[in-house]
Design a protein around this ligand. Structure first.
Ligand code: CND
Ligand code: ZN
Length: 375
């Protein structure tokens, strides 16, 4: 019986920017009002966690417990919590849904204003942290922090899933799979027979490939500088793959030439401003749509010739694939259990939690798509 007590457990703490993860014993305080404490079962490693290690995110503070793609079981709940009870299987939501704000009530978006504007970054709603280590306050990451045996999350930033769900690979619904898949289905609204290009064939980009295929695109071009990604991309639906390094002209020129003027839909799943511009310039005038999915570094900007848009191209972007998470995650979990899509192929490595640095090594060397850490 741990409810109401401070739990001491293992967590991977990032003490400062560019440092390896350090497995520490941390104290996790009990959940306060409208919070739940979760015993993590699995967590995935996403490109965004790696970006955070290098300090790419705005408003993030160290020391921090990273990780946002996970699945766990509710250990205890704070006062006033209605939707959860101990024992529930839950997926943390790095893009929460309060259900009350203007955006949550608007079907056009999944960006929750409460979470985005009104909550302190890296801390709970009351401005305090539930994590301490060696006497120091530890910040949370994107409302979630999954690189710890126990985490405390606001009730708007978690969702209950079916109690019969097999948990092994389901953490991918918490970010990578849903983000990529939804960018094709919700953000771009890819139509049957269309042409698509996906820049970056990591977990997010490959899920975008899966989404384009599910939407009935007839041509799906994978673009990556690591040709080791091409085999799986083709297995998941890419009709062809292109390595920009194989050409001595810009990749946008290659794509425009090979598609008779450009693509219907282009997805940037890398997080680099140069490839974002290349993606926009690969889209067809008159109707081409580009979706920014990759997260660029905090102070980076892009510039472009306004004629690109005057002539009818669209630039958009999406967080968590545009899914309203409380509504959509249980359905995605259901569809996965019904085998409506196969995200298992995105999981290339499984490691015990302590080997988190090894998992990040595989990501950085381009050897893994998703590594799942088990607690
Ligand atoms: P991962 O590192 O697995 O994939 C990136 C891929 O891009 C790799 O295959 C690289 O080889 C490839 N790449 C790198 N540079 C280039 C280049 N110049 N040209 C072509 N290919 C290149 O990362 P991931 O798939 O986990 O994440 C990808 C991005 O998505 C990253 O920026 C992450 O922060 C972002 C993201 C966004 C969201 C969201 O809600 N919008 C959620 N999660 C992650
Ligand atoms: Zn992510």
């Amino acid at each position: 019986e741990t409810a109401g007590t401070v739990i001491k457990c293992r967590a991977a703490v990032t003490w400062c920017v560019n440092e390896p993860f350090s497995i520490e014993v941390v104290e996790v305080a009990p959940p306060k009002a409208h919070e739940i404490r979760i015993k993590m079962v699995y967590t995935g490693i996403c490109g965004s966690d790696d970006n955070a290690v290098y300090g790419k995110f705005k408003d993030m503070q160290f020391p921090i417990i990273l990780g946002h793609e996970g699945v766990g079981i509710v250990e205890s709940i704070g006062g006033g919590v209605k939707g959860f009870k101990p024992g529930d299987k839950v997926i943390p939501l790095f893009a929460p849904q309060c259900g009350q704000c203007r955006c949550c009530k608007d079907p056009r978006t999944n960006i929750c204003t409460t979470a985005r504007m009104e909550r302190p970054k890296g801390l709970m709603a009351d401005g305090t942290s539930r994590f301490t280590c060696k006497g120091k306050k530890i910040y949370n990451f994107l409302n979630t922090s999954t690189f710890t045996e126990y985490t405390v999350i606001d009730e708007i930033a978690a969702v209950k899933i079916d109690e019969n769900t097999a948990l092994d690979n389901i953490s991918l619904i918490g970010c990578g799979f849903s983000t990529g898949y939804g960018s094709a289905l919700n953000a771009a609204k890819v139509h049957p027979g269309s042409s698509c290009a996906v820049f970056g064939l990591g977990g997010v980009g490959l899920a975008a490939v899966m989404g384009c295929k599910a939407a009935g695109a007839s041509r799906i071009i994978g673009v990556d500088i690591n040709k080791g990604k091409f085999g799986l991309a083709k297995e998941l639906g890419a009709t062809e793959c292109i390595n920009p390094k194989d050409y001595d002209k810009p990749i946008q020129q290659v794509l425009v030439e090979q598609t008779g003027g450009g693509l219907d839909y282009v997805f940037e799943c890398i997080g680099d401003t140069e490839t974002m511009v290349a993606a926009i310039n690969s889209s067809h005038h008159g109707f081409g749509t580009t979706v920014i999915v990759g997260v660029s570094a905090a102070n980076k900007t892009i510039t472009f010739d306004p004629m690109i848009f005057l002539t009818g191209r669209t630039l958009t972007g999406s967080v968590f694939g545009g899914w309203k998470p409380k509504d959509s995650v249980p359905k995605l979990v259901h569809d996965y259990m019904e085998k409506k899509f196969d995200l298992d192929k995105l999981v290339t490595h499984r490691l015990p939690f302590e080997k988190i640095n090894e998992g990040f090594d595989y990501l950085r060397k381009g050897k893994s798509i998703r590594t799942i850490l088990r607690f």
